[in-house]
Ligand binder design. Structure first.
Ligand SMILES: NC(=O)C1=CN([C@@H]2O[C@H](COP(=O)(O)OP(=O)(O)OC[C@H]3O[C@@H](n4cnc5c(N)ncnc54)[C@H](OP(=O)(O)O)[C@@H]3O)[C@@H](O)[C@H]2O)C=CC1
Ligand SMILES: CC(=O)[C@@H](O)[C@H](O)COP(=O)(O)O
Ligand SMILES: [Mn+2]
Length: 380
């Protein structure tokens, strides 16, 4: 039995990871961490019997302790709780299915404790990739991509010499507003932005897909995972999300991974790598491939993507500003406090006001995050 711990077990990726564990029956869940959903977390505890669970708020931890007082499980809370779950001694892999750059410290702690990382939490790599990637080598642990495009790229690169990789073709659906102009985007509603054409995901990433910021985050995630410069990462809009990304080698060969949108495959590939496990059901309606079309990304009407390339070019702490500003702006949009186009506007303003710190430490990253939040709260 492979032993795994999950940060964010009650979310979209977390619950699908537990579905993979349930269906395969050969994964032991040693520890789980959630935010507020203690009703679902209690069900997960009763089904998977982790010895340790964390919830974010202390009062929720107290309530959960009472709910599970008939069980032998330790309940912890706060960042200390996340760190304890991330470093749970018996686990071999940490699945980072938590949303946001809050994942930075637990991911680093897990690596230092010798855990492989099944990484969905892209915000951690975007902001601290310059720390995470060298640390993985130093700790001799693997970073196994869960994000569907990065899993596709990882699968395409399997067995190839990385030195022969010429270009990454990072695919994008274009989101629910593909083809719309800025004028039409001004007044879109939260409900419309949450209607992703192909995937069912958590709220934050779904808004990121609508603004194309998700693809910007994924470009920065790919540069760290695969050691490719942003100029060699080409965004390709493929509206049906059948091709999950492609790689081009120095001899011109292009390899792609295809399949109907289902996160269980990338989750499973990361957990059992280098083995592949049987997954029931069809993952490709071959005769629907005639629906595959390609478009250029619309950087004019969706400035969030261009800003990502600007952040990557500025380097240092600028990707942290980009990500932190986006996290805050998306939360405000979901709270109906700002409009859809205010999201890239806020990111742009925060980036313009920022003085880059080269190779920021974790402390400097967290200070940059706090300063970005302060700026947004003072202006918006
Ligand atoms: N969903 C998808 O298909 C994909 C997601 N990803 C990435 O995976 C990550 C997770 O995304 P997704 O599953 O959609 O997100 P969800 O919003 O569905 O789930 C987020 C999880 O994180 C937990 N969480 C949030 N804040 C805290 C906190 N302070 N302490 C502990 N737990 C916390 C939530 O707990 P609770 O709900 O109990 O509050 C929940 O379990 C993101 O980085 C996303 O970009 C990448 C590719 C695809
Ligand atoms: C499932 C997954 O990996 C998401 O990142 C998804 O790809 C978002 O889709 P777009 O950002 O391409 O709309
Ligand atoms: Mn993705």
């Amino acid at each position: 039995m492979k032993k795994i711990a999950i940060l964010g077990s009650t979310g979209s990726i977390g619950t699908q990871t537990l579905e993979v564990a349930r269906e395969n029956g050969d994964l032991q869940i040693t520890a789980l961490a959630a935010g507020n959903n203690i009703e679902l977390l209690e069900k997960q505890i009763r089904e998977f019997h982790p010895g340790l669970v964390a919830v974010w708020k202390e009062e929720k931890a107290k309530e959960l302790k009472d709910r599970v007082k008939d069980l032998d499980v330790k309940v912890v809370c706060g960042m200390d709780g996340l760190l304890e779950v991330a470093t749970e001694p018996s686990s071999e892999i940490l699945v980072t299915a938590i949303v946001g750059m809050i994942g930075i410290r637990p991911t680093i702690a897990a690596m230092k404790a010798g855990k492989d990382i099944a990484l969905a939490n892209k915000e951690t790599l975007v902001t601290a990739g310059h720390i995470i990637i060298p640390l993985a080598k130093e700790c001799n642990v693997q970073i196994l991509p869960v994000d569907s495009e990065h899993s596709a790229i990882f699968q395409c690169l399997n067995g190839e010499h990385r030195s022969q990789l010429k270009k990454i073709l990072l695919t994008a659906s274009g989101g629910p507003f593909r083809g719309k102009k800025k004028e039409e985007l001004k007044h879109v509603q939260v409900e419309d932005a949450l209607k992703h054409p192909n995937w069912s995901m958590g709220r934050k990433i779904t808004i990121d897909s609508a603004t194309l910021v998700n693809k910007g985050l994924e470009m920065m995630e790919a540069r760290w995972l695969f050691g490719v410069e942003p100029k060699d990462i080409q965004i390709v809009v493929q509206p049906k999300s059948i091709i999950h990304s492609m790689v081009e080698f120095v001899d011109g060969a292009v390899i792609a991974q295809l399949g109907t949108p289902d996160m269980k495959l990338p989750i499973q590939y990361a957990l059992y790598y280098p083995d592949r496990k049987y997954l029931p059901g069809d993952r490709l309606d071959f005769w629907s491939l005639n629906q595959i079309t390609f478009e250029k990304p619309d950087m004019e009407n969706f400035p969030g993507l261009k800003l990502a390339f600007d952040a990557a070019a500025a380097g240092g702490s600028m990707p942290t500003v980009y990500n932190a500003a986006n996290e805050r702006a998306v939360a405000k949009f979901l709270d109906r406090k700002i409009g859809f186009l205010d999201i890239p506007e806020i990111i742009s303003e925060c980036m313009a006001a920022h003085k880059v710190v080269e190779a920021p430490t974790v402390e400097q990253i967290l200070q940059t995050e706090a300063a970005t939040y302060d700026m947004i709260e003072s202006r918006w």
